[in-house]
Write a protein that binds this ligand. Structure first.
Ligand code: 13P
Length: 246
């Protein structure tokens, strides 16, 4: 039985006082019965680490450079994330792919850089609405995952995968549990062909997860938790989603 994982992706939201309140509410609502983490903007990593140290809550970043160090203005390396106690780094989020032109190989290189420093990459895959309507969902997510599997090679079993259909992100239009499970099953089969650890690996669902739809999504056999955007900014909603996974 895989233990569920719920990760809040704060995206570019927050402020020091708002974060302090949110983090203290999350700490105060333990235990959850599942693993819980928040992926925060880089400048807030330090205070997030202070707020969560001593609890079983984890934290991470929303991106990670593919490079170890050097003249890469604006980038943050996996080694730096490790220094701040990051357990996770989201890589390949559709907003990075869309707004920063990140391609499959760059995403794979970022995942490898994270793992190299002991930071677990949460690798996001997912199709756009046009790709779904064209019947290309399977081909798109397979291609995205395959680049990471090949690059990580024998370490592929150490990543977390997140299926986030782009059309469901921030739209209030959630994939049905059946739609999500169908893609998760494909991803699991692809992982099974690549690594003996596939049956233990976590595949999260992300895209308009809310307290009222979380339990049915999480009850699907290959859905091992969620990557939560908007609802992770409201303590009561995020806590309710974590409870639905526990
Ligand atoms: P929403 O939960 O706001 O749809 O965002 C999902 C997401 O992109 C998480 O990474």
């Amino acid at each position: 039985m895989r233990r569920k994982l719920v990760v809040g992706n704060w995206k570019m939201h927050g402020s020091r006082p708002v974060n302090a309140q949110l983090l203290s509410a999350l700490v105060g609502a333990r235990p959850y019965g599942c693993d819980v983490a928040v992926c925060v903007p880089f400048p807030y990593l330090s205070e997030t680490a202070v707020a969560l140290t001593g609890s079983d809550l984890r934290w991470g970043s929303q991106d990670c450079s593919a490079h170890e160090q050097g003249a890469f203005t604006g980038e943050v390396s996996a080694g730096m994330l490790a220094e701040f106690g990051c357990r996770y780094a989201i890589v390949g989020h559709s907003e990075r792919r869309q707004f920063h032109q990140e391609g499959d190989q760059l995403v794979a290189d970022k995942a490898k850089a994270a793992l190299g420093k002991g930071v677990t990459p949460i690798v996001c895959v997912g199709e756009t609405l046009a790709q779904r309507e064209a019947g290309d969902t399977e081909a798109v997510v397979k291609r995205q995952l395959s680049a990471v599997i090949h690059t990580l090679a024998h370490c592929a079993g150490e990543m977390v995968v997140a299926y986030e259909p782009v059309w469901a992100i921030g739209t209030g239009r959630t994939a049905t549990p059946e739609q999500a499970q169908a893609v998760h099953a494909l991803l699991r089969a692809q992982l099974l062909a690549a690594t003996p650890r596939a049956s233990e690996m976590k595949i999260l669902y992300g895209g308009s997860v809310k307290p009222d739809n979380a339990a049915t999504l999480f009850s699907q056999v290959d859905i091992d938790g969620g990557l939560i955007g908007g609802a992770s900014l409201k303590a009561a909603d995020f806590i309710a989603i974590c409870r639905a996974a526990g």
